[in-house]
Design a protein around this ligand. Sequence first.
Ligand code: NOJ
Ligand code: CA
Length: 557
Amino acid sequence: MCCLGWRRQGAAMIEDLWYKNTVIYSLDLETFMDSNGDGIGDFPGLMQRLDYLQALGIGTIWLAPFQPSPNHDNGYDISDYYTVDPRHGSGGDFVEFMHQASKRGLKVIIDLVVNHTSSEHRWFQLGRKDAESAFRDWYIWSKQRPDNWQSGVVFPGVQESTWSYDRAAQAYYYHRFYKHQPDLNMDNPAVRREVRRIMGYWLELGVAGFRVDAVPFVIESTVPGRSQGALHFEYLAEMREFMQWRAGDAILLGEANVAPADTQPYFGSDSGAGGIHMMFNFYVNQHLFYALASADIAPLAAALEATRSIPPHAQWAQFLRNHDELDLGRLSDAQRETVFARFAAEEDMQLYHRGIRRRLAPMLGNRRHLELAYSLLFALPGTPVLRYGDEIGMGDDLDLPERDAVRTPMQWSDEPQAGFSAAAETIHPLIDAGVYDYRRVNVAAQRRDSDSLLTWTAAMIRLRHECPEIGWGEWELLPIDVPHTLALSYTWRESTVVTLHNFSEFACEVQLAIKAPGGERLVDLREQAESRADDAGLHRIALDAYGYRWYRVGRLI
Ligand code: NOJ
Ligand code: CA
Protein backbone atom coordinates (compact mmCIF):
# COMPACT_ATOMS: atom_id res chain seq x y z
CA MET A 1 0.00 0.00 0.00
CA CYS A 2 2.80 2.40 0.86
CA CYS A 3 3.86 2.85 -2.72
CA LEU A 4 0.43 3.61 -4.15
CA GLY A 5 0.64 6.79 -6.13
CA TRP A 6 4.39 6.46 -6.55
CA ARG A 7 4.33 3.96 -9.35
CA ARG A 8 6.53 4.61 -12.34
CA GLN A 9 5.25 7.10 -14.92
CA GLY A 10 8.22 6.61 -17.20
CA ALA A 11 10.68 9.21 -16.01
CA ALA A 12 7.92 11.80 -15.58
CA MET A 13 6.94 13.45 -12.33
CA ILE A 14 3.33 12.50 -11.95
CA GLU A 15 2.32 16.11 -11.22
CA ASP A 16 3.64 17.01 -14.67
CA LEU A 17 0.94 14.87 -16.24
CA TRP A 18 -1.45 17.81 -16.21
CA TYR A 19 -3.98 16.12 -18.47
CA LYS A 20 -4.81 13.60 -15.74
CA ASN A 21 -6.24 16.22 -13.43
CA THR A 22 -7.70 18.84 -15.69
CA VAL A 23 -11.35 19.39 -16.57
CA ILE A 24 -11.93 19.70 -20.30
CA TYR A 25 -14.71 21.85 -21.76
CA SER A 26 -15.64 21.19 -25.37
CA LEU A 27 -17.17 23.87 -27.50
CA ASP A 28 -17.78 24.70 -31.09
CA LEU A 29 -16.87 28.27 -31.95
CA GLU A 30 -19.75 28.61 -34.33
CA THR A 31 -22.41 28.18 -31.63
CA PHE A 32 -20.68 29.67 -28.59
CA MET A 33 -20.67 33.46 -28.87
CA ASP A 34 -21.09 35.77 -31.85
CA SER A 35 -19.35 39.15 -31.45
CA ASN A 36 -20.11 40.85 -34.76
CA GLY A 37 -23.77 40.13 -35.31
CA ASP A 38 -23.50 37.84 -38.33
CA GLY A 39 -25.14 34.97 -36.46
CA ILE A 40 -21.97 32.84 -36.33
CA GLY A 41 -19.84 32.44 -33.23
CA ASP A 42 -16.26 33.68 -33.44
CA PHE A 43 -12.97 34.10 -31.59
CA PRO A 44 -13.69 37.64 -30.34
CA GLY A 45 -16.98 36.27 -28.96
CA LEU A 46 -15.23 33.36 -27.26
CA MET A 47 -12.75 35.83 -25.76
CA GLN A 48 -15.64 37.70 -24.15
CA ARG A 49 -16.60 34.46 -22.46
CA LEU A 50 -13.19 33.39 -21.17
CA ASP A 51 -13.91 34.86 -17.75
CA TYR A 52 -17.03 32.72 -17.60
CA LEU A 53 -15.02 29.60 -18.39
CA GLN A 54 -12.30 30.50 -15.93
CA ALA A 55 -14.88 31.12 -13.20
CA LEU A 56 -16.57 27.82 -14.00
CA GLY A 57 -13.24 26.27 -13.08
CA ILE A 58 -12.39 24.31 -16.18
CA GLY A 59 -8.72 23.82 -17.04
CA THR A 60 -8.72 23.03 -20.74
CA ILE A 61 -10.78 24.16 -23.70
CA TRP A 62 -11.23 21.72 -26.55
CA LEU A 63 -12.10 23.64 -29.71
CA ALA A 64 -13.95 21.87 -32.49
CA PRO A 65 -12.53 22.53 -35.99
CA PHE A 66 -12.44 26.24 -36.82
CA GLN A 67 -10.42 26.16 -40.05
CA PRO A 68 -11.99 27.05 -43.42
CA SER A 69 -14.59 24.49 -44.35
CA PRO A 70 -17.61 24.15 -46.62
CA ASN A 71 -19.17 22.99 -43.37
CA HIS A 72 -20.95 19.91 -44.66
CA ASP A 73 -19.96 18.05 -41.49
CA ASN A 74 -19.90 20.74 -38.83
CA GLY A 75 -16.37 21.77 -39.79
CA TYR A 76 -14.98 18.22 -39.82
CA ASP A 77 -14.40 18.76 -43.55
CA ILE A 78 -11.41 21.10 -43.64
CA SER A 79 -10.35 22.87 -46.82
CA ASP A 80 -7.25 24.64 -45.43
CA TYR A 81 -5.38 23.48 -42.32
CA TYR A 82 -3.28 26.59 -41.86
CA THR A 83 -5.73 29.35 -41.16
CA VAL A 84 -8.92 30.37 -39.40
CA ASP A 85 -12.23 30.32 -41.23
CA PRO A 86 -13.01 34.02 -41.81
CA ARG A 87 -16.47 33.39 -40.38
CA HIS A 88 -14.78 32.82 -37.01
CA GLY A 89 -12.20 35.60 -37.18
CA SER A 90 -8.62 35.95 -38.30
CA GLY A 91 -5.28 34.40 -37.44
CA GLY A 92 -4.70 37.51 -35.35
CA ASP A 93 -7.88 36.77 -33.39
CA PHE A 94 -6.70 33.23 -32.79
CA VAL A 95 -3.36 34.35 -31.37
CA GLU A 96 -5.07 36.97 -29.22
CA PHE A 97 -7.45 34.29 -27.96
CA MET A 98 -4.55 31.97 -27.12
CA HIS A 99 -2.87 34.78 -25.23
CA GLN A 100 -6.01 35.61 -23.25
CA ALA A 101 -6.62 31.95 -22.46
CA SER A 102 -3.08 31.47 -21.27
CA LYS A 103 -3.33 34.60 -19.06
CA ARG A 104 -6.17 32.83 -17.30
CA GLY A 105 -4.26 29.59 -16.95
CA LEU A 106 -6.46 27.84 -19.50
CA LYS A 107 -4.96 25.32 -21.89
CA VAL A 108 -6.36 24.88 -25.38
CA ILE A 109 -6.50 21.71 -27.41
CA ILE A 110 -7.82 21.64 -30.95
CA ASP A 111 -9.18 19.02 -33.29
CA LEU A 112 -6.73 17.37 -35.65
CA VAL A 113 -8.88 16.13 -38.52
CA VAL A 114 -6.48 14.36 -40.83
CA ASN A 115 -8.24 11.13 -41.70
CA HIS A 116 -9.78 13.09 -44.54
CA THR A 117 -9.97 16.55 -46.02
CA SER A 118 -12.88 18.36 -47.56
CA SER A 119 -13.39 17.45 -51.21
CA GLU A 120 -12.91 21.18 -51.82
CA HIS A 121 -9.39 21.08 -50.44
CA ARG A 122 -6.79 22.14 -52.99
CA TRP A 123 -4.95 18.83 -52.56
CA PHE A 124 -7.98 16.83 -53.62
CA GLN A 125 -8.83 19.20 -56.44
CA LEU A 126 -5.29 19.03 -57.85
CA GLY A 127 -5.09 15.27 -57.34
CA ARG A 128 -8.39 14.42 -59.00
CA LYS A 129 -7.77 16.57 -62.07
CA ASP A 130 -4.27 15.41 -62.87
CA ALA A 131 -3.11 11.83 -62.65
CA GLU A 132 0.49 13.05 -62.79
CA SER A 133 0.07 15.41 -59.87
CA ALA A 134 1.89 14.46 -56.69
CA PHE A 135 -1.42 15.01 -54.93
CA ARG A 136 -3.13 12.14 -56.74
CA ASP A 137 -1.47 9.71 -54.36
CA TRP A 138 -2.49 11.79 -51.34
CA TYR A 139 -5.89 10.12 -51.60
CA ILE A 140 -7.07 6.54 -52.09
CA TRP A 141 -8.29 5.52 -55.54
CA SER A 142 -9.63 2.52 -57.37
CA LYS A 143 -10.16 2.30 -61.13
CA GLN A 144 -12.96 -0.20 -60.65
CA ARG A 145 -15.76 0.10 -58.20
CA PRO A 146 -14.68 -2.13 -55.28
CA ASP A 147 -17.09 -4.94 -54.38
CA ASN A 148 -17.38 -3.57 -50.86
CA TRP A 149 -18.20 -0.03 -52.02
CA GLN A 150 -21.11 0.19 -49.65
CA SER A 151 -19.61 -1.40 -46.57
CA GLY A 152 -18.01 0.30 -43.61
CA VAL A 153 -20.23 3.39 -43.65
CA VAL A 154 -20.09 5.38 -40.42
CA PHE A 155 -23.45 7.10 -40.81
CA PRO A 156 -25.85 4.33 -41.86
CA GLY A 157 -29.15 5.58 -43.14
CA VAL A 158 -27.57 8.82 -44.37
CA GLN A 159 -24.24 7.91 -45.92
CA GLU A 160 -24.67 5.65 -48.94
CA SER A 161 -21.22 4.29 -49.63
CA THR A 162 -17.54 4.45 -48.77
CA TRP A 163 -16.40 4.68 -52.41
CA SER A 164 -17.67 7.32 -54.83
CA TYR A 165 -16.93 7.94 -58.46
CA ASP A 166 -15.06 11.05 -59.43
CA ARG A 167 -15.53 12.07 -63.04
CA ALA A 168 -12.39 14.15 -63.31
CA ALA A 169 -10.19 11.32 -62.06
CA GLN A 170 -12.29 8.65 -63.76
CA ALA A 171 -11.84 6.57 -60.67
CA TYR A 172 -13.47 5.83 -57.35
CA TYR A 173 -12.11 7.49 -54.23
CA TYR A 174 -12.43 6.22 -50.70
CA HIS A 175 -14.25 8.13 -47.99
CA ARG A 176 -14.85 6.52 -44.63
CA PHE A 177 -17.32 9.30 -43.79
CA TYR A 178 -19.52 11.40 -46.09
CA LYS A 179 -18.63 11.55 -49.75
CA HIS A 180 -17.40 15.13 -49.50
CA GLN A 181 -14.68 13.89 -47.10
CA PRO A 182 -12.11 11.95 -49.18
CA ASP A 183 -9.70 9.97 -47.00
CA LEU A 184 -6.05 10.96 -47.06
CA ASN A 185 -3.61 8.21 -47.96
CA MET A 186 -1.65 7.96 -44.74
CA ASP A 187 0.65 5.32 -46.27
CA ASN A 188 2.14 8.10 -48.37
CA PRO A 189 5.09 9.54 -46.39
CA ALA A 190 4.43 12.99 -47.90
CA VAL A 191 0.97 12.99 -46.32
CA ARG A 192 2.37 12.05 -42.93
CA ARG A 193 4.97 14.79 -43.28
CA GLU A 194 2.20 17.27 -44.00
CA VAL A 195 0.27 16.10 -40.92
CA ARG A 196 3.34 16.83 -38.84
CA ARG A 197 3.59 20.29 -40.40
CA ILE A 198 -0.03 20.94 -39.42
CA MET A 199 0.70 19.86 -35.87
CA GLY A 200 3.86 21.94 -35.77
CA TYR A 201 1.99 24.99 -37.00
CA TRP A 202 -0.65 24.97 -34.27
CA LEU A 203 1.82 23.92 -31.57
CA GLU A 204 3.89 26.94 -32.45
CA LEU A 205 0.79 29.04 -31.86
CA GLY A 206 0.53 27.61 -28.36
CA VAL A 207 -1.99 24.78 -28.36
CA ALA A 208 -1.53 22.18 -25.62
CA GLY A 209 -2.35 19.27 -27.88
CA PHE A 210 -4.87 17.72 -30.21
CA ARG A 211 -8.08 15.80 -30.11
CA VAL A 212 -7.27 13.38 -32.89
CA ASP A 213 -10.32 12.67 -35.00
CA ALA A 214 -11.14 9.10 -36.02
CA VAL A 215 -7.84 7.53 -34.94
CA PRO A 216 -8.53 3.92 -36.05
CA PHE A 217 -9.28 5.16 -39.56
CA VAL A 218 -6.26 7.49 -39.63
CA ILE A 219 -3.90 4.55 -39.11
CA GLU A 220 -5.71 2.05 -41.34
CA SER A 221 -4.35 1.19 -44.79
CA THR A 222 -7.30 0.91 -47.11
CA VAL A 223 -7.17 -1.67 -49.87
CA PRO A 224 -10.06 -1.68 -52.36
CA GLY A 225 -12.25 -4.72 -51.81
CA ARG A 226 -10.79 -5.56 -48.44
CA SER A 227 -12.92 -4.87 -45.39
CA GLN A 228 -10.23 -4.30 -42.77
CA GLY A 229 -6.83 -2.93 -43.70
CA ALA A 230 -3.69 -3.15 -41.59
CA LEU A 231 -3.48 -0.75 -38.65
CA HIS A 232 -0.22 1.21 -38.58
CA PHE A 233 0.36 2.17 -34.99
CA GLU A 234 3.79 3.39 -36.00
CA TYR A 235 2.04 6.35 -37.65
CA LEU A 236 0.73 7.34 -34.24
CA ALA A 237 4.19 6.89 -32.79
CA GLU A 238 5.57 9.23 -35.44
CA MET A 239 3.03 11.89 -34.59
CA ARG A 240 3.69 11.50 -30.90
CA GLU A 241 7.44 11.67 -31.26
CA PHE A 242 7.28 14.70 -33.48
CA MET A 243 4.91 16.49 -31.13
CA GLN A 244 6.97 15.78 -28.05
CA TRP A 245 10.06 17.28 -29.64
CA ARG A 246 8.14 20.42 -30.40
CA ALA A 247 6.23 20.70 -27.13
CA GLY A 248 7.22 18.43 -24.26
CA ASP A 249 3.93 18.38 -22.39
CA ALA A 250 1.50 18.57 -25.30
CA ILE A 251 -0.94 15.69 -25.57
CA LEU A 252 -2.84 13.59 -28.07
CA LEU A 253 -6.43 12.80 -27.09
CA GLY A 254 -7.72 10.16 -29.43
CA GLU A 255 -11.22 9.57 -30.65
CA ALA A 256 -11.19 5.80 -30.95
CA ASN A 257 -14.29 3.83 -30.16
CA VAL A 258 -12.53 0.48 -29.85
CA ALA A 259 -13.13 -2.61 -27.75
CA PRO A 260 -11.16 -2.73 -24.48
CA ALA A 261 -9.05 -5.63 -25.71
CA ASP A 262 -7.84 -3.51 -28.63
CA THR A 263 -6.86 -0.35 -26.76
CA GLN A 264 -3.32 -1.18 -25.69
CA PRO A 265 -1.50 -0.42 -28.97
CA TYR A 266 -3.20 2.98 -29.16
CA PHE A 267 -1.59 3.98 -25.87
CA GLY A 268 1.87 2.76 -26.89
CA SER A 269 4.36 1.19 -24.55
CA ASP A 270 4.51 1.26 -20.77
CA SER A 271 7.53 3.53 -20.92
CA GLY A 272 5.28 6.26 -22.26
CA ALA A 273 6.59 6.16 -25.81
CA GLY A 274 4.71 5.71 -29.00
CA GLY A 275 1.03 6.14 -28.50
CA ILE A 276 -1.58 8.69 -27.64
CA HIS A 277 -1.85 10.03 -24.11
CA MET A 278 -5.60 9.96 -23.77
CA MET A 279 -8.55 8.24 -25.35
CA PHE A 280 -12.27 8.83 -24.93
CA ASN A 281 -13.76 5.98 -22.96
CA PHE A 282 -16.68 5.15 -25.25
CA TYR A 283 -16.95 1.74 -23.65
CA VAL A 284 -17.61 3.07 -20.16
CA ASN A 285 -19.81 5.84 -21.57
CA GLN A 286 -22.22 3.35 -23.11
CA HIS A 287 -22.39 1.16 -20.04
CA LEU A 288 -22.85 4.22 -17.90
CA PHE A 289 -25.97 5.13 -19.88
CA TYR A 290 -27.18 1.57 -19.50
CA ALA A 291 -26.71 1.93 -15.73
CA LEU A 292 -28.60 5.23 -15.76
CA ALA A 293 -31.41 3.62 -17.73
CA SER A 294 -31.69 0.41 -15.73
CA ALA A 295 -30.05 1.04 -12.33
CA ASP A 296 -28.13 -2.17 -13.05
CA ILE A 297 -24.53 -1.21 -12.36
CA ALA A 298 -22.90 -4.60 -12.93
CA PRO A 299 -22.10 -3.98 -16.64
CA LEU A 300 -20.70 -0.54 -15.78
CA ALA A 301 -18.49 -2.03 -13.08
CA ALA A 302 -17.34 -4.65 -15.60
CA ALA A 303 -16.65 -1.92 -18.19
CA LEU A 304 -14.53 -0.02 -15.68
CA GLU A 305 -12.53 -3.16 -14.92
CA ALA A 306 -12.22 -3.98 -18.62
CA THR A 307 -10.63 -0.60 -19.26
CA ARG A 308 -8.48 -0.53 -16.14
CA SER A 309 -5.23 -1.76 -17.52
CA ILE A 310 -3.54 1.07 -19.41
CA PRO A 311 0.10 2.27 -19.33
CA PRO A 312 1.05 4.63 -16.50
CA HIS A 313 1.24 7.72 -18.72
CA ALA A 314 -2.14 7.00 -20.30
CA GLN A 315 -5.46 8.40 -19.23
CA TRP A 316 -9.09 7.94 -20.12
CA ALA A 317 -11.19 10.92 -21.08
CA GLN A 318 -14.60 10.32 -19.52
CA PHE A 319 -17.67 12.06 -20.86
CA LEU A 320 -21.43 11.96 -20.81
CA ARG A 321 -22.43 13.62 -24.06
CA ASN A 322 -20.49 15.07 -26.97
CA HIS A 323 -21.30 16.79 -30.26
CA ASP A 324 -22.18 13.49 -31.94
CA GLU A 325 -24.87 10.94 -31.30
CA LEU A 326 -24.68 8.94 -28.08
CA ASP A 327 -23.27 5.80 -29.68
CA LEU A 328 -24.60 2.60 -28.06
CA GLY A 329 -23.06 0.23 -30.59
CA ARG A 330 -21.04 -1.69 -28.02
CA LEU A 331 -23.98 -2.65 -25.82
CA SER A 332 -25.84 -5.91 -26.31
CA ASP A 333 -29.08 -5.58 -28.28
CA ALA A 334 -31.11 -5.99 -25.09
CA GLN A 335 -29.06 -3.37 -23.23
CA ARG A 336 -29.37 -0.93 -26.14
CA GLU A 337 -33.12 -1.44 -26.27
CA THR A 338 -33.29 -0.69 -22.54
CA VAL A 339 -31.46 2.61 -23.06
CA PHE A 340 -33.61 3.50 -26.09
CA ALA A 341 -36.80 2.69 -24.19
CA ARG A 342 -35.83 4.92 -21.29
CA PHE A 343 -34.10 7.85 -23.02
CA ALA A 344 -35.08 7.82 -26.71
CA ALA A 345 -38.41 6.07 -27.05
CA GLU A 346 -39.34 7.93 -30.24
CA GLU A 347 -37.65 6.90 -33.42
CA ASP A 348 -36.79 10.50 -34.20
CA MET A 349 -34.58 10.60 -31.12
CA GLN A 350 -32.45 7.75 -32.45
CA LEU A 351 -29.78 7.93 -35.10
CA TYR A 352 -27.70 5.64 -37.33
CA HIS A 353 -29.44 2.55 -35.86
CA ARG A 354 -27.12 2.71 -32.87
CA GLY A 355 -27.37 6.03 -31.09
CA ILE A 356 -29.33 8.84 -29.55
CA ARG A 357 -29.28 12.42 -30.80
CA ARG A 358 -30.34 14.10 -27.58
CA ARG A 359 -28.73 16.28 -24.96
CA LEU A 360 -28.26 15.05 -21.43
CA ALA A 361 -30.89 17.10 -19.61
CA PRO A 362 -33.91 16.13 -21.72
CA MET A 363 -32.81 12.51 -21.64
CA LEU A 364 -32.52 12.29 -17.89
CA GLY A 365 -35.39 14.64 -17.29
CA ASN A 366 -34.89 15.47 -13.64
CA ARG A 367 -32.30 17.33 -11.66
CA ARG A 368 -31.45 14.51 -9.26
CA HIS A 369 -30.72 12.08 -12.05
CA LEU A 370 -28.68 14.74 -13.81
CA GLU A 371 -26.62 15.42 -10.71
CA LEU A 372 -26.02 11.71 -10.25
CA ALA A 373 -24.74 11.42 -13.81
CA TYR A 374 -22.49 14.46 -13.51
CA SER A 375 -21.19 13.59 -10.08
CA LEU A 376 -20.25 10.19 -11.41
CA LEU A 377 -18.55 11.74 -14.42
CA PHE A 378 -16.30 13.72 -12.08
CA ALA A 379 -15.67 10.59 -10.01
CA LEU A 380 -14.78 8.19 -12.82
CA PRO A 381 -11.19 7.07 -13.30
CA GLY A 382 -10.01 9.55 -15.88
CA THR A 383 -10.34 13.17 -16.91
CA PRO A 384 -13.85 14.62 -17.22
CA VAL A 385 -14.89 16.25 -20.49
CA LEU A 386 -17.92 18.55 -20.39
CA ARG A 387 -19.97 19.66 -23.34
CA TYR A 388 -20.85 23.34 -23.57
CA GLY A 389 -24.37 24.03 -22.38
CA ASP A 390 -24.65 20.87 -20.32
CA GLU A 391 -23.55 22.87 -17.28
CA ILE A 392 -26.87 24.76 -17.48
CA GLY A 393 -28.93 21.78 -18.64
CA MET A 394 -29.56 22.86 -22.23
CA GLY A 395 -32.02 20.92 -24.36
CA ASP A 396 -31.98 19.66 -27.94
CA ASP A 397 -33.87 20.49 -31.12
CA LEU A 398 -35.09 17.34 -32.83
CA ASP A 399 -36.32 19.34 -35.82
CA LEU A 400 -32.70 19.82 -36.87
CA PRO A 401 -31.09 17.14 -39.03
CA GLU A 402 -28.97 14.33 -37.62
CA ARG A 403 -26.51 15.42 -34.94
CA ASP A 404 -27.34 19.12 -35.30
CA ALA A 405 -30.08 18.43 -32.75
CA VAL A 406 -27.43 18.82 -30.00
CA ARG A 407 -25.61 21.75 -31.61
CA THR A 408 -27.86 24.71 -30.87
CA PRO A 409 -26.29 28.02 -29.73
CA MET A 410 -25.21 28.57 -26.16
CA GLN A 411 -27.93 30.13 -24.03
CA TRP A 412 -26.36 33.09 -22.27
CA SER A 413 -29.41 35.11 -21.24
CA ASP A 414 -33.13 35.65 -21.80
CA GLU A 415 -32.42 38.46 -24.26
CA PRO A 416 -33.17 38.01 -27.97
CA GLN A 417 -31.21 35.10 -29.47
CA ALA A 418 -30.22 34.14 -25.93
CA GLY A 419 -27.52 36.81 -25.87
CA PHE A 420 -25.59 34.62 -28.30
CA SER A 421 -25.94 36.97 -31.26
CA ALA A 422 -27.46 40.26 -32.38
CA ALA A 423 -28.39 38.72 -35.74
CA ALA A 424 -31.96 38.00 -36.73
CA GLU A 425 -30.90 34.58 -37.95
CA THR A 426 -28.25 32.40 -36.33
CA ILE A 427 -26.17 29.55 -37.68
CA HIS A 428 -28.43 27.07 -35.90
CA PRO A 429 -31.73 28.19 -34.41
CA LEU A 430 -32.01 28.87 -30.69
CA ILE A 431 -34.22 26.68 -28.54
CA ASP A 432 -37.13 29.03 -27.99
CA ALA A 433 -39.98 26.85 -26.83
CA GLY A 434 -40.79 24.41 -24.10
CA VAL A 435 -38.94 23.53 -20.94
CA TYR A 436 -35.51 24.25 -22.45
CA ASP A 437 -36.45 27.63 -23.94
CA TYR A 438 -33.50 30.02 -23.53
CA ARG A 439 -35.74 32.35 -21.55
CA ARG A 440 -35.94 29.60 -18.93
CA VAL A 441 -32.53 27.99 -19.22
CA ASN A 442 -29.64 30.43 -19.45
CA VAL A 443 -26.35 31.40 -17.84
CA ALA A 444 -27.39 34.87 -16.65
CA ALA A 445 -30.25 33.51 -14.57
CA GLN A 446 -28.33 30.52 -13.23
CA ARG A 447 -25.22 32.41 -12.20
CA ARG A 448 -27.35 34.47 -9.80
CA ASP A 449 -29.11 31.45 -8.37
CA SER A 450 -27.25 29.54 -5.67
CA ASP A 451 -29.41 26.45 -6.31
CA SER A 452 -28.94 26.36 -10.07
CA LEU A 453 -27.33 23.55 -12.01
CA LEU A 454 -24.59 25.98 -13.07
CA THR A 455 -23.71 26.82 -9.47
CA TRP A 456 -23.78 23.14 -8.62
CA THR A 457 -21.55 22.24 -11.59
CA ALA A 458 -18.98 24.89 -10.68
CA ALA A 459 -18.87 23.48 -7.14
CA MET A 460 -18.36 19.97 -8.51
CA ILE A 461 -15.54 21.11 -10.76
CA ARG A 462 -13.89 22.73 -7.78
CA LEU A 463 -14.34 19.52 -5.81
CA ARG A 464 -12.80 17.51 -8.63
CA HIS A 465 -9.76 19.82 -8.58
CA GLU A 466 -9.51 19.29 -4.82
CA CYS A 467 -9.30 15.53 -5.31
CA PRO A 468 -6.08 14.90 -7.26
CA GLU A 469 -6.32 11.32 -6.01
CA ILE A 470 -8.75 10.69 -8.87
CA GLY A 471 -6.48 11.71 -11.72
CA TRP A 472 -3.14 10.61 -10.35
CA GLY A 473 -4.01 7.79 -8.00
CA GLU A 474 -4.97 4.13 -8.10
CA TRP A 475 -8.63 3.20 -7.97
CA GLU A 476 -10.71 0.27 -6.86
CA LEU A 477 -14.35 -0.66 -6.74
CA LEU A 478 -15.35 -1.29 -3.15
CA PRO A 479 -17.53 -4.31 -2.52
CA ILE A 480 -20.88 -3.32 -1.03
CA ASP A 481 -24.10 -5.20 -0.56
CA VAL A 482 -26.42 -2.77 -2.39
CA PRO A 483 -26.70 -3.77 -6.05
CA HIS A 484 -27.59 -0.34 -7.44
CA THR A 485 -24.77 1.58 -5.82
CA LEU A 486 -21.28 2.10 -7.15
CA ALA A 487 -18.53 2.67 -4.59
CA LEU A 488 -15.20 3.93 -5.91
CA SER A 489 -12.08 4.56 -3.91
CA TYR A 490 -8.94 6.40 -5.01
CA THR A 491 -5.60 6.54 -3.28
CA TRP A 492 -2.69 8.77 -4.11
CA ARG A 493 0.24 9.37 -1.78
CA GLU A 494 -1.50 7.93 1.26
CA SER A 495 -4.61 10.04 0.75
CA THR A 496 -7.90 8.36 -0.11
CA VAL A 497 -11.16 9.62 -1.58
CA VAL A 498 -14.32 7.50 -1.63
CA THR A 499 -17.39 8.21 -3.74
CA LEU A 500 -20.80 6.53 -3.60
CA HIS A 501 -23.47 6.75 -6.32
CA ASN A 502 -26.95 5.31 -6.01
CA PHE A 503 -28.44 4.65 -9.46
CA SER A 504 -31.80 3.66 -8.05
CA GLU A 505 -34.87 5.85 -7.78
CA PHE A 506 -35.19 4.55 -4.21
CA ALA A 507 -33.18 5.62 -1.20
CA CYS A 508 -30.88 3.04 0.35
CA GLU A 509 -28.39 2.45 3.14
CA VAL A 510 -24.91 1.30 2.28
CA GLN A 511 -22.61 -0.53 4.64
CA LEU A 512 -18.95 -0.43 3.91
CA ALA A 513 -15.58 -0.92 5.53
CA ILE A 514 -12.64 1.25 4.55
CA LYS A 515 -9.29 -0.46 4.87
CA ALA A 516 -7.15 2.61 4.22
CA PRO A 517 -5.43 4.16 7.27
CA GLY A 518 -7.88 6.43 9.13
CA GLY A 519 -10.74 4.51 7.51
CA GLU A 520 -12.92 4.73 10.63
CA ARG A 521 -13.61 8.36 9.75
CA LEU A 522 -15.11 9.56 6.47
CA VAL A 523 -15.34 13.32 6.01
CA ASP A 524 -18.09 14.42 3.64
CA LEU A 525 -16.58 16.80 1.08
CA ARG A 526 -19.88 18.40 0.08
CA GLU A 527 -21.74 18.74 3.38
CA GLN A 528 -20.94 19.49 7.00
CA ALA A 529 -21.07 15.83 7.92
CA GLU A 530 -18.93 12.83 8.57
CA SER A 531 -19.38 9.15 9.12
CA ARG A 532 -17.78 7.15 11.94
CA ALA A 533 -17.41 3.42 11.62
CA ASP A 534 -19.11 1.23 14.24
CA ASP A 535 -17.23 -1.18 16.46
CA ALA A 536 -17.20 -3.74 13.68
CA GLY A 537 -15.48 -1.17 11.44
CA LEU A 538 -18.56 -0.64 9.28
CA HIS A 539 -19.88 2.66 8.01
CA ARG A 540 -23.65 2.87 7.52
CA ILE A 541 -24.40 5.57 5.01
CA ALA A 542 -27.81 6.70 3.82
CA LEU A 543 -28.18 7.67 0.18
CA ASP A 544 -31.23 9.40 -1.27
CA ALA A 545 -32.85 8.30 -4.48
CA TYR A 546 -30.14 8.98 -7.09
CA GLY A 547 -28.03 10.15 -4.15
CA TYR A 548 -24.25 10.49 -4.20
CA ARG A 549 -21.57 11.26 -1.65
CA TRP A 550 -17.93 12.22 -1.77
CA TYR A 551 -15.68 11.47 1.22
CA ARG A 552 -12.08 11.88 2.14
CA VAL A 553 -10.73 9.23 4.44
CA GLY A 554 -9.51 10.27 7.84
CA ARG A 555 -8.96 14.00 7.42
CA LEU A 556 -10.88 17.22 7.09
CA ILE A 557 -8.71 18.84 4.48
C1 NOJ B 1 -15.76 12.24 -35.57
C2 NOJ B 1 -16.38 13.55 -35.22
O1 NOJ B 1 -16.63 13.57 -33.84
C3 NOJ B 1 -17.65 13.67 -36.03
O2 NOJ B 1 -18.39 14.79 -35.65
C4 NOJ B 1 -17.28 13.70 -37.49
O3 NOJ B 1 -18.47 13.69 -38.26
C5 NOJ B 1 -16.41 12.53 -37.89
N1 NOJ B 1 -15.37 12.23 -36.95
C6 NOJ B 1 -15.76 12.79 -39.21
O4 NOJ B 1 -14.74 13.75 -39.07
CA1 CA C 1 -19.65 36.28 -35.87
